[in-house]
Design a protein around this ligand. Structure first.
Ligand SMILES: [Zn+2]
Ligand SMILES: [Zn+2]
Length: 426
């Protein structure tokens, strides 16, 4: 039987103190936390080479971790060994008289199968056996497609999701070596990483949606190349948020790439393309519109005319020239960089600020200045805009929405000793 060390679980009593050691003193990267609601536990994975540490934080006094810490204090909780076939491993151990907690496998995180071996058999250490159903590294990416609501002064911000897409990891991280980025974003066998497509609904004086994901117009070949997973998509998540397409007054575009503007139009029963939100005005930056309707060899694959030309035909298009307020509390600001006229959305109410940064900082992993996308047309402009934005966000405590992060919907930018990181918003 072949077993590889997957991770070591450490029960933690005071997470801030644990982070002060593992993150700040040891200088290790902490992944976005995973909430295991059924076990009242929040897990913070810390990659250490081929395996990981898992800091386990109880979220309720009933949690097994809380009981463990009460009884013995914080410390080593379990080790997890990865096996190819957990059923085979169970049979193998049983045949050799080892005492097991689980006689048959149960479901773990991300579709893995797990079984615990009793500490009596392991000389005092709780051992978890784990069989990943997918590539073991992919399985560590938790994907979140739920609807999340945030209050910001008088505004309500609702993160919705149009599913997931896979882009080439190298293109997503530009000159950053894979040896570094793959720890943040594990690649599949075709070197693709998983990205969410998460538009943001803003409810205030009007109801606005910023970007609209990929939509459903693309063919099987496209969906295969980009690993599109839209079994749960914007239709579902909008409905879950209590919204119908007719409720949207304004559709605002960060830019017109297909993973942001694909959901702007849809094909009707007659085969004709029409606006997906029937009552909405679509607000697009004029420079972006000009570029998107006159693509060149370098950006043609990203600009698909069917996603936005029908808006002009339907006379629901409103082009804006400069940075300005689109509805009370919602402003656009050009960043350039990713595309010449890419813009971020600044949201402010009652002294509180949030921002939807689109492809300026597509995932939390893109927080450091030099982590720039190979897709960016003007990377030095992205760098300048990101640096400026991050400084302001730290100062104002801005809640930042990450449109493409598979696991983290939103977070706060922190800067400690010049090192930038993201603290997930709860
Ligand atoms: Zn883009
Ligand atoms: Zn994008």
């Amino acid at each position: 039987m072949k077993a590889t060390l997957d991770h070591i679980g450490i029960a933690v009593k005071d997470l801030a103190a644990a982070l002060a050691f593992y993150r700040d003193a040891l200088g290790l990267e902490i992944e976005a936390p995973e909430e295991v609601a059924s076990q009242h536990v929040r897990a913070h994975f810390v990659p250490v080479g081929e395996s990981k540490l898992e800091l386990l934080e109880a979220t309720s006094p009933e949690s097994a971790i809380a009981k463990y810490v009460d009884k013995r204090g914080p410390g080593l909780h379990h080790i997890t060994l990865r096996v190819d076939d957990v059923r085979g491993a169970i049979a193998h151990l049983k045949a050799r008289g080892a005492r097991l907690i689980d006689d048959s496998p149960r479901e773990g995180a991300e579709g893995s199968l797990i079984a615990f071996v009793h500490p009596a058999a392991t000389h005092g250490v709780l051992v978890e056996l784990k069989q990943s159903t997918v590539d073991s590294r992919q399985s560590t990416v938790s994907r979140r497609s739920e609807v999340t609501r945030y209050g910001l002064g008088d505004l309500e911000l609702i993160s919705v999701c149009d599913g997931f897409i896979r882009f080439d990891g190298g293109a997503m991280f530009g000159v950053v070596p894979k040896a570094l980025w793959e720890k943040q974003a594990p690649a599949d066998a075709r070197n693709r990483i998983t990205l969410a497509m998460r538009p943001l609904v803003i409810r205030g004086a009007r109801t606005m949606i910023v970007d609209a994901g990929l939509g459903d117009k693309e063919n099987d070949r496209f969906c295969e190349i980009y690993g599109v997973e839209r079994a749960r998509n914007l239709d579902h998540t909008l409905a879950e948020a209590g919204l119908a397409p007719e409720d949207i007054d304004i559709v605002l575009a960060s830019h017109l790439h297909f993973d942001h503007a694909g959901g702007f139009t849809k094909r009707g029963p007659d085969g004709r393309l029409r606006p997906r939100f029937p009552r909405a005005q679509y607000v697009v930056r004029r420079g972006e519109w000009e570029d998107a309707t006159h693509p060149h060899a370098r950006n043609r694959a990203s600009y698909l005319l069917d996603n936005y030309v029908p808006l002009a035909d339907a006379k629901v298009l409103q082009l804006v020239d400069d940075d300005q307020t689109i509805m009370p509390g919602v402003k656009v600001r050009r960043t350039g960089g990713h595309t010449m006229h890419h813009q971020l959305i600044e949201i402010e109410s009652a002294g509180k600020t949030a921002a939807f940064v689109a492809d300026l900082m597509p995932t939390a992993a893109h927080a450091p200045d030099p982590w720039l996308m190979g897709f960016d047309l003007y990377p030095m402009d992205t760098l300048a805009a990101k640096n400026r934005f991050a400084r302001e966000a730290v100062e104002k405590g801005t809640l930042v929405f990450f449109e493409h992060d598979p696991a983290m919907v939103a977070g706060y930018i922190r800067e400690i000793d010049g090192k930038r990181s993201i603290q997930p918003a709860s």
